[in-house]
Design a protein around this ligand. Sequence first.
Ligand code: GDP
Length: 534
Amino acid sequence: MSEITKEIKEQINKRRTFAIISHPDAGKTTLTEKFLLYGGAINQAGSVKGKATARHAVSDWMEIEKERGISVTSSVLQFNYGGYCINILDTPGHQDFSEDTYRTLMAADSAVMVIDASKGVEAQTRKLFKVCTMRHIPIFTFINKMDREAMDTFELLDDIENELGIATCPVNWPIGSGKNFKGVYDRATKEIELFSDTKKGTTQGQVKKVPLGDPEVTWLIDESQRLQLMEEIELQDGAGAEFDQELVSKGELSPVFFGSALTNFGVETFLEHFLKMTTSPLPRISDQGEIDPMKEEAFSAFVFKIQANMNKAHRDRIAFMRICSGAFEAGMEVFHIQGGKKVRLSQPQQMMASERKMIDRAYGGDIIGVFDPGIFSIGDTLTTSAKKYAYEGIPTFAPEHFARVRQVDTMKRKQFIKGINQIAQEGAIQIFQEYNTGMEEIIVGVVGVLQFDVLKYRLENEYNVEIRMDSLPYEHIRWIENEEINLDKLVGTSDMKKIKDLKGRPLLLFVNDWSVRMTLERNEGLILSEFGKA
Ligand code: GDP
């Protein structure tokens, strides 16, 4: 076998592929934009998302996107900074939160968690965090909006540790917040980075670093604030976890940074530290063992997202894949493991800042979208390796909204079943059936409610089937890990519902958390999981 080329090795080595996770409004978009600003990919903040009209030019893929002015898709942004080639995976939030949001995390090598300093850990962050810990990837914390009144610093750190169960290690420490925000203290260099105005972040601003004892500090930071800082630092030094790169790499310790994305403060500092502490593309598990991008010369990738085109005239789909090893070249022939045949990958695309563009070459760590004639499924592997290995599949994530769905016109049963199955195959929805009732009704589960609208719209427009949806009160779904358990004998709560997926695997639906706990208590040995096996 020929050696992996120097060019490929260098290219992969400089790649950093990460996702930003946060609760809506914590500042993910603003932070992403500032990263691009520092990377020189955009000239002015405000050009990534923002005005609906500008957005339409970029993405005319989905009617719903246009109608609602929001993005149903998650995209990837690539830019260069400090010798690194950075891929930011955008995780859709707000109303467009969906299973894709979770799947995107499967393509990342690390995650940046943005937390609003006045709110601490919020619901959506908690959900996304769970997926990150499942993969043991490094997680970095950016505590944002320090220019606003913030929670006490210790309280914030405690919140992360208690809510998420990860140890924290502040790299810097904030001096005041809101009107009294003066900057951050770098615990390693013992320097203070002074907060400066950047015209609301539209310019890069000068980072001013001065030693703690500098006269300028005495002038800007009053005695009481300085004493408080010293006291806090002493406390933290004595009681907090020490920085340990190995624990960071395993996702057991999260380095914490403080800043204000809106005013640019702390963004570049974060970026610099983060890029050093995070990892280049990691080895991935396949059915033939670990595939290491530093050893494997062949191209290999797995599909983590499928984007249907909602334009009737173009029924094609785009399959997004994460390249795990080797190099990709436009038009190259690769082996599609699950399909059992060779395919040519055409129309490769990548997102550069806010533009979608065609690409010729990409490397391990990169994300590309290719034309999909309807042959790919989530989790599929593509490779040029003669070994024909398959990467570990992508789990199914717990939907939180459920509805009973049926076609209005009973004559259209066939189209309805075909359509709903195809849409489920793309991974936009999950479909279930009643357990042992003999009823043919279909229960649809989605991670984000917008997916119900997508389903309705697509069935009407692509399959010419009108549907009726009756929402169900369940919010929690659990896969039964020990499938040998006799479902007929299982004693649940009165609101619990037994269902099965298309492969006949048993699942349970619950209205609330309490019912999940009660059911576990009442059935000794029962193991429930929030993730479905791939
Ligand atoms: P996302 O929903 O997480 O993508 O959040 P956005 O980036 O859209 O930010 C939500 C709101 O918070 C917007 O109005 C931002 O201007 C504002 N915001 C973001 N970062 C900061 C910050 O550091 N300070 C202040 N004061 N506001 C911020």
